[in-house]
Ligand binder design. Structure first.
Ligand code: NAD
Length: 236
């Protein structure tokens, strides 16, 4: 019960990393606010948490919209009394994201709005709630591509994750004396819907695995263990 008495808000909770983290956090005692634009998937996550004996609510929010982000934090505080853990995890990888020549402005803007501005807006409203709770932990999902680039072109996605990483470093410094830890997660390629839909041929999948010596995609539940470490009080 490493998260006993904690309230955690998780965006992108309808599947992948967000769902696995919701399940693990709830099993560790947290009350979970599961947020997504995919209401059906989000409710399924809540149902799985509840069936396993945990507590969670589903909240519809588009993380690229300020009003929605404000409301998801209000929902956490009004339902569970406080917010201690903010996991800004929602993200997209647009199928038409490509290299500098092929990526349209529309794809660029949509990717930035969700992947980068979405994390900013989560922090904008969530960090104030963490302060009201006396401190807590923020985890922002970036990606290994923020550090290395990708072997298959996805320029908007990679740039957005670079922004998440840079923003996280600054937030960590700014809030360090307020009992708020801010970390970024940089997962390698995972076998989730987001990546498998994008790498839609075996050739593309094999190309992506050049980054991975073991030659296999990771699993969302493996990443959830790292998120737990970052969320729990005993982590640095
Ligand atoms: P996923 O597609 O299963 O999960 C992403 C979730 O975000 C979905 O449930 C989706 O509905 C939700 N979402 C999309 N737009 C949203 C919006 N505007 N507002 C609220 N929710 C929204 O994929 P995943 O792999 O679990 O992705 C989770 C995070 O991990 C993403 O930020 C992704 O970029 C990042 N990531 C994934 C990989 C990978 O290989 N899969 C690697 C590194 C980082």
């Amino acid at each position: 019960m490493r998260l006993e008495d904690k309230v955690a808000l998780i965006t992108g909770a309808a599947g992948g990393i967000g769902r696995e983290t919701s399940l693990l956090f709830a099993a560790e005692g947290a009350r979970v606010v599961a947020v997504d634009v995919n209401d059906e998937g989000c409710q399924e996550t809540v149902d799985q948490v509840t069936a396993a004996g945990g507590q969670a609510i589903a909240v519809h929010a588009d993380v690229s919209r300020a009003d929605d982000c404000e409301q998801m934090v209000v929902a956490a505080e009004s339902e569970f009394g406080a917010l201690h853990i903010l996991f800004n995890n929602a993200g997209i990888m647009d199928h038409d994201d490509g290299d500098a020549s092929s990526t349209s402005e529309e794809v660029w803007d949509r990717t930035m709005a969700i992947n980068l501005k979405g994390v900013f807006l989560g922090c904008k409203f969530g960090i104030e709630a963490l302060k009201r709770a006396g401190g807590g932990s923020v985890i922002n999902t970036a990606s290994f591509v923020a550090l290395m680039g990708a072997a298959t072109p996805q320029l908007a996605y990679t740039a957005s994750k670079g922004g998440v990483l840079a923003m996280t470093r600054e937030l960590a410094v700014i809030h360090a004396r307020e009992n708020i830890r801010v970390n970024a997660l940089c997962p390698g390629p995972l076998q989730t819907e987001l990546l498998m839909k994008y790498l839609d041929t075996e050739e593309k999948r094999q190309r992506r695995l050049v980054h991975i010596p073991m030659g296999r995609f990771g699993k969302a539940e493996e990443i959830a263990q790292t998120v737990l470490f970052l969320a729990a009080d005993e982590s640095s």
